[in-house]
Structure formats: C-alpha cells, structure tokens
Design a protein. Structure first.
Lengths: 348, 337
C-alpha cells in the first residue's frame, strides 16, 4: 500500500473516528514505521482505540455534561473535528451560545474542506437550532435547509429535518406550511412505527398553538389518540409547558404543569430547566411551589466554556455579525404573552 | 463603426446610450420607446439621436442599422422578438436571457432558425473592478464567495410597474438582481451546485404565486462555497439592527486573505483592526462595462456569428441556476436538486 492509498483511506475514515493521543503515542507499531508514514499510520490505528466521541455522546444524551466534556478533552480537535459537534451541542443546551457558535464555525469549516456531507449537515442542523434559540428564524431556516439538502435521501435524519424546517417556518409566521412539514414527519414516523419520531412530530405540531394556531393542541391530542402516541421524557416536559400556556390563556396558572416540566428537563435539558425556574419564580407564589429544584433560579454552569478557549476558524457564515449571546438572565414572566415569548424560544 | 438602434429608453436603455460614448466600435444613432414622455426626456438629453415613432421604423433599410439593443420589460420580448428575428438584425438583449428556461430555449431556437445573432447584455462581468478581482484570485484556493446586494428601494403602495407583476416580470429579486449576482459568481468561480434557496416577500418566506423581494442562496463548487443574498426594498428588520441600506459587495475568502469588491474597487481586508488596503479603484458607473459589451457585440456582428463570446449561451448556467433556485425555494419538503 503506498502513501496515496493510505491517504485515501485516511480521508475516508479519519473524520468519523476518535482517538486518544496519549494512547497512540505509546504504540510501538507506529514508532517502528518509516518517519514519513508515521502520521498516517497513527491515524489509521485510531480506529481501534477507545471511541471517546461515542462515549461523549452517550453522556450527553444522559445529561452528564461535565463527564462528556472530560471525554472530549482527550481528543485532538484538529484530528477529530467531528468532536466540535459534541462541544457545540453541550454549549447550546447549556446556554453558552457564543461558545457553540465558535465550535460550529470550526466544524463547518473543517467539514467543508473534508467533503463529509453527512457531518456537515449535522453542523448546519445544530447551527439552525442555535439560531432559533437566538430568535433568528430566517437564518435558522437557511441552515436547516442546507442540512436537509446535504443529507442523502432515505437517511434516518430526514424525518427530523422536516420538523426542524417547520420550527423555523412557524417562527416566520407560516404555521400552515410548518404543519405540512410536521404532518409529513409524523406520518413517516407512523409508517416506520417510530414511537420517538411520532411523539416529537406531534408535540411540535401542538406547539403551533404558540404561533396563533388555536386548534393545534386539539388536533395533536386527537392524532395522538388515534395513533397510540404517549409523551415521555423531554417531550413530556414540553407538553406540560404547552398545557401551562393553554390553561393560562383560559385564566388559570397551574403549578403542577411547571413541576412536571421541570422534572422532565432536570438533567437532560438544563436550559429548559432554568426556564422552568424562571417561570415558577415569576408566576407561582412561593407557598405553592412544590419542586425544590425549580426554585434555585440558577443558570447552567460549565466552567469549560467560561474559559473562552475556542478553536480558530474563519467566519465564513458571518456569524460574528449576528446578535448571538449567552443565555444568562431570563426576564420575569408576568403575563401569558411573556410565557408565549419565552416558550417560542424553546427549541420545540 | 457599427450603427445601432435601441429599443426601450428607460434606465437601462440610457445606460447603453451613455456606454456607447466610451466605445470605439459602435454608435447608437436611433431609438424607439412607446412612451412619449420618455422620448421627450431622451430627446432633450441626446438630441443627436433619431427617435422613431414605431419599432418597425428601426428596421428600415434606409437607416442602415447594423444591430439593435433591446432594453424592454421582460414580458414584451415574446411579442417583439419574432418580428426582429424575421428581420435578421443582430440583437443585444438586456438580461435576463428570459423569464424561464423554456422561454429561453424558445428564443434561442427561433434565433438560430433565422440565423439571427442574439446576445445578452449583463454588466458586472465586464466591469473593471470585477475583472481585476477575478484575475487576482485566479490561482488562489477560494474557501467562499459571498455576494450581497441591497437595492435600498422604498416600497410604494399601489405601484403598477411591470416589475411588480409576476406574470409580466417572471420573478422578483431572484430573477432581477439575483441574475446579476449569480452571473457574477459564475464569472468568478465557474459553475456551482445549488445547496439551498429561500425567497421572501415582506420578510417572510413566500410561495410561487408571490413576488419575491429578497432571497438567499447557498451553493458550492467542490470545496468553494457560494453565498448570494439580495433585498430590493429598504426597510427595517427585527433581526438586523442596521436595516437594509443600499449596498453591494462581493467578498472572497481564500486561505490567505479576504478580499472585498464593489463597483468602486477591490480591497484586501485588514487584519486585527487594521484598515482595508485598496488594491484597485475605478469609476462606479457602468460606462466601461457597457462599452466592452458593445465592443463584443460589434465584433460578433463583424464575424457574422449567431453564437458569440458573451453570447446567449454564456447565460444558460445563470438562467438554469435561477430556475433551480425558485424550484428549490418553493418545494420545501419534496425538492432536492
């Protein structure tokens, strides 16, 4: 195998694997090879080493943010730029949006150069989420469309991408067009008997109630009953907040909905958990608050991102010109409109 | 020197009249416009021009015209071009190639059938600053080309201009100013694949029955990405603190530098707060660009060509991309190009 062939293999695989540099350095096989080939061999061997990125993602899904960061810090970002996606995800979900922006810039630049479209799609999709959370739906739509176009037909993520595009459309005053996409995602999930996909699509369709569609929740309830959909986990959390909104519109604030949402978000959605605190502190008299965690009113903290030690990357998408800011202070929620305003910032 | 007539004496027609003053190859000697008011205004500014009463007067052999420049509303060409093809007079038609690819194919087929030269006029690729920019980046590894244009017009309620009528114009921002920008991108880096396209009306995504007043395209050619965005109207946007003042800029990011260009020149972006370094400066107006196009037209006439350099088929990629962009924008969850 010559250097050209080796390069070709490396380019194909290198961006989808992780490696721990200290383990590679100890490997005697690399040390005994020609100097010219050593860097390439080192990267080839990483396929057999501990998959730090996969571990990090498992920790992210479990809401173990700091342990996930500990895993990621074993990696050399220049050699494993896909790790930037995990960093950006942790930063986004914990309110460190400036950091998320920097990791997304890095990852997009790296993957444009590598031509890894699937990974590039993931970065654009996460950037879309960030921009929605920052109330920049026009820009969000663009990046979600890029993610959609870069993903091959038949890929498992296409279904979710319809929902992501719909979220941006809903915020751009296109609830009917948004619902078209939610229904497409929903029925795709029904066809595949994908319970998770069904509840995500249905919840988002129900969330159109935040954007002026007064029948959205009733439609979602009816469809849910027809198709045996139950909400669980984080989806149940959002559903309870929608119920809070609906009941408040009708004249009453029920703290039970906030408590249920807060418990659902507690580990896996720290930003949303923080929002629940703000809602609870604003609208529920202290004597009636039942979820102790919801009264702490503390924004999520991850010291790693407060160091502002970001990877360098050109700002090809002009993200620095956008008004992106960390989520630190939640304004008080005193009216149902305040609640609608906050909820429409959630990445539902 | 070629003797040319001009049909359509609006803004674009007058750009051609001014441009020909900078050309040694052509002279515009006659013109026609159906508007008496427009004719009066042009007569005052250009008393040397013979202004005729009917389009067919321009085809009179006594005038001895070598070609015609056409600067008309987009929907008019369907009725005007057939008689001009019959007359086999060389034609320089203002962009776009047509409103749609099918219309473009019909025009070209008809021109070929009559052995008639049909060339499209589009200015940016012959403007000095953009030509300088292209040469500057010829050997560079380009990461991204970003083109931005805000026309800064004010919305006028009840405006019945043909440009506001989708049936007549064929499209809004994407077909109109977008055509210039897509063509410039093609000129700078060559053909590219479309990745995403969104068109807007009044700040909101719009569908095919509506007239777009803003758009944003993303494309790529290998590892070079293209971002093109434009807005017609000047109005504030809640997401942007600065609104949309009149603005045009091409920004090229390479591995080594960032270059900015507009009609006034080319600059190398300063790093770490340093000022931009001017690399080239020129006059903003289109006179040189127009003159160069007219020279190309004259040359094509001399050579008796029907498909010339800078000819209709140079415009095919731009026309095709615009059409794809509309399809992509309007076909949310089914479209993939």
């Amino acid at each position: 195998m010559n250097e050209h062939d080796l390069n070709k293999i490396i380019d194909t695989y290198t961006h989808s694997v992780a490696f721990a540099p200290n383990e590679v350095a100890d490997n005697t096989l690399v040390a005994s090879a020609d100097e010219a080939i050593q860097p390439l061999l080192r990267r080839m061997l990483t396929r057999h080493l501990r998959p730090a990125i996969a571990s990090a993602w498992a920790l992210i899904y479990a809401g173990a943010w700091q342990p996930a960061l500990d895993q990621l810090q074993l990696l050399n970002l220049a050699d494993s730029p896909i790790a930037a996606l995990a960093y950006a995800r942790i930063a986004t979900r914990n309110g460190y949006h400036l950091a998320a922006k920097e990791y997304l810039k890095f990852g997009i630049h790296a993957h444009r150069q590598s031509g890894q479209d699937i990974n590039l799609a993931k970065f654009h999709g996460l950037l879309g989420e960030l921009l929605l959370r920052q109330r920049l739906p026009e820009k969000a739509l663009q990046h979600m469309q890029i993610a959609y176009q870069l993903t091959p037909r038949g890929h498992y993520s296409r279904q979710m991408q319809y929902s992501f595009i719909a979220m941006a459309l809903a915020r751009l005053e296109q609830p009917n067009l948004a619902n078209e996409h939610y229904m497409r995602a929903f029925y795709l999930a029904v066809a595949k008997n994908d319970a998770n996909g069904k509840q995500h699509a249905l919840l988002r369709s129900a969330a159109l109630s935040l954007f002026g569609d007064d029948e959205a929740m009733e439609r979602a309830i009816a469809l849910g009953q027809e198709n045996n959909v139950t909400f669980s986990g984080i989806v149940e959390g959002y559903w309870n907040l929608l119920l809070l909104y609906r009941h408040w519109q009708q004249g009453s604030v029920n703290p039970e909905f906030i408590d249920k949402a807060s418990r659902a978000f507690a580990k896996v959605a720290p930003l949303e958990h923080y929002y629940c605190s703000a809602i609870s502190n604003s609208v529920v008299p202290s004597t009636k608050r039942t979820d102790q965690a919801a009264t702490t009113n503390a924004a999520p903290r991850l010291i790693f991102f407060e160091n502002e030690n970001y990877p360098a990357a050109p700002d090809l998408l002009d993200l620095d010109a956008l008004p992106i800011a960390d989520i630190k202070n939640i304004p008080p929620i005193t009216t149902v409109d305040d609640l609608q305003h906050m909820l429409s910032r959630f990445f539902i | 020197m070629k003797r040319l007539g001009i049909v359509g004496l609006g803004n674009q027609g007058r750009e051609h009249i001014r441009g020909c003053l900078y050309s040694d190859s052509v002279k515009i000697v006659a013109g026609f416009d159906p508007s008496a008011e427009v004719k009066k205004s042009v007569a005052a500014a250009h008393p040397e021009l013979l202004l005729v009463d009917q389009l067919s007067d321009l085809l009179d052999a006594k005038l001895g015209l070598d070609g015609l420049i056409l600067a008309l509303p987009h929907h008019i060409y369907q009725t005007v071009l057939p008689q001009l093809f019959e007359a086999r007079i060389p034609l320089l038609k203002e962009k776009p190639l047509a409103r749609t690819m099918d219309e473009a194919r019909d025009f070209v087929a008809d021109a070929k059938k009559h052995g008639c030269l049909l060339q499209t006029a589009i200015q940016r690729r012959t403007h000095p600053s953009y030509q300088f920019l292209k040469n500057l980046v010829a050997t560079e590894n380009i990461l991204q080309v970003s083109l931005t244009m805000n026309l800064g017009f004010n919305r006028s309620p009840g405006n019945d201009s043909w440009r506001e009528d989708k049936g007549k114009a064929g499209g809004g921002a994407l077909l109109d100013c977008g055509y210039h920008m897509v063509d410039l991108a093609l000129y700078l880096i060559g053909d590219f694949d479309l990745i995403s396209s969104t068109v807007f009306q009044g700040g909101l995504p719009c569908h095919s029955q509506r007239m777009d007043d803003a758009f944003e395209l993303i494309g790529r050619q290998g590892k070079t990405w293209v971002n093109i965005q434009s807005r017609i109207f000047n109005e504030p946007d809640s997401a942007s603190p600065t609104g949309y003042p009149k603005f045009e800029e091409t920004k090229i990011t390479t591995e080594n530098q960032i270059l900015r260009a507009n009609r006034l020149g080319v600059w190398q972006s300063g790093e770490n707060g340093q000022p931009d370094k001017p690399l080239y400066q020129c006059e903003k107006d289109w006179n040189i660009a127009m003159a160069r196009q007219l020279d190309t037209f004259a040359n094509a006439i001399d050579q008796g060509l029907t498909l010339s350099p800078g000819s209709l088929w140079d415009q095919q990629p731009a026309q095709h991309l615009i059409q794809q962009a509309y399809q992509l924008a309007f076909n949310w969850h089914g479209g993939k190009v």
